[in-house]
Design a protein around this ligand. Structure first.
Ligand SMILES: [Zn+2]
Length: 106
């Protein structure tokens, strides 16, 4: 009978750690979905840029620089002349996935 209060304290502690676990899971979920949102915005920007005609001013999906299309199928800026933004765009999914998995391991 004397243990009743002790049991109560343990329950409160368990409750506290469970709440912490839920909070961490919610934070991880928020991070994951914000990553997906960035990806979706980038995809929309790319589609918009690709659909615009030659000579139109569009936003680069990778670095958000406004540029004039020199080619009807161009969707990325070409500031450095090495198509770096195009390469970076296609690597983004992998980068985000790697970053996300590191967060879950912590
Ligand atoms: Zn760019």
């Amino acid at each position: 009978m004397g243990y009743a209060r002790g049991d109560g304290a343990i329950d409160a502690e368990e409750y506290e750690s469970a709440r912490e676990a839920i909070q961490q899971a919610q934070e991880a979920l928020a991070t994951a979905s914000s990553g997906n949102m960035t990806r979706n915005i980038m995809r929309t920007l790319k589609e918009t840029a690709q659909a615009a005609p030659k000579g139109a001013t569009v936003e680069c999906p990778t670095c958000n620089t406004m540029f004039t299309k020199n080619h009807p199928r161009q969707a990325f800026c070409n500031k450095d002349g090495q198509h770096r933004c195009k390469t970076r765009y296609h690597n983004t999914a992998t980068e985000q996935r790697r970053e996300r998995s590191l967060r879950f391991m912590r």
